[in-house]
Design a protein around this ligand. Structure first.
Ligand SMILES: [Zn+2]
Length: 277
């Protein structure tokens, strides 16, 4: 097992990024994920940004924050099958029993799949869970409507066991002092982003508001996973604008591990600059 981890500080908070898993990048994969973006535009972007599609993995970067008082996990990864988080946490010296808060940024399978194990038991048995209310309602309704019985069972297995330990939020909320959740809709109806702040240091976690670093420049590109592409664009632009104007370190769930960097201005373009704070 070769699981990637990266430790850093945000003021007094100890932060750890764990790679739950990764898919290799390629131009063909990008074409599949962005069916509305013509191949010529992708080739043009590669030239403009000097990027190599093959070198840009689709990672799953899980953030764990130790605030001193709480251990806060941001999403649970893919779970059964491909998810490595369950093995990685103990390997990094963290007992899942000690995770006290799990923030579920949205209901996609690669974020909620690791809430329970195959028997439906909670992998973080002592945590309380936080999700946006519209997202929770949407997911439970989806479990009723979706035609794929396996997907319906997957949603139920992961979400129903947390019902009585769940805080649903409907507006910007300090989940803990220094961990602020705010609405970042479009990728899903109740997708949230986080602003983490301690000791004068900050981190803006945009989660899935962008999936690929090229979207920092080409903000109108929406992958087929964006449920409301128009709204996703507005949200993406607002987050990028904020990162630029406040010079914020940024984390993105799917950018190449550990998904940390900054948005920089290059001429008229905003570009992603990977780098660890
Ligand atoms: Zn997603």
């Amino acid at each position: 097992m070769n699981i990637k981890t990266h430790r850093f500080q945000i003021g007094a908070f100890e932060a750890l990024v764990i790679q739950d898993g990764s898919r290799p990048g390629s131009l063909e994969a990008v074409i599949k994920r962005y069916p509305d973006v013509p191949r010529a535009a992708l080739e043009n972007a590669a030239q403009t940004l000097g990027l190599d599609w093959d070198a840009i993995e689709l990672s799953r970067n899980i953030l764990l924050l130790d605030t001193g008082a709480q251990r806060v996990l941001v999403d649970t990864g893919e779970g059964i099958g491909d998810g490595q988080l369950t093995e990685a946490l103990p390997a990094a010296g963290i007992s899942p029993e000690r995770v006290s808060i799990v923030i579920l940024t949205h209901g996609h399978g690669d974020h909620i799949g690791g809430i329970t194990n195959a028997e439906g038991r909670l992998l973080y048995p002592n945590a309380r869970y936080v999700m946006w209310k519209t997202e929770w309602d949407f997911m439970l309704e989806l479990a009723q409507q979706v035609e794929d019985p396996d997907y319906a069972a997957f949603i139920r297995r992961n979400l129903l066991p947390i019902q009585d330990r769940l805080t649903l939020i409907e507006s910007d909320t300090d989940i803990q002092p220094g961990i602020r959740a705010f609405a970042a809709p479009g990728h899903t109806v109740g997708h949230m982003a986080l602003l983490i702040e301690s000791g004068g240091q900050r981190l803006l976690h945009i989660v899935d508001a962008a999936h690929h670093p090229a979207q920092i420049t080409y903000t109108d590109w929406s992958p087929r996973f964006d449920r409301q592409p128009e709204l996703a664009r507005v949200t993406r632009r607002a987050l990028i604008e904020r990162a630029l104007s406040e010079n914020l370190p940024v984390m993105a769930y799917h950018f190449p591990f550990p998904g940390l960097g900054r948005v920089a201005q290059r001429g008229q373009m905003a570009v992603w600059e990977a780098g660890t704070p």
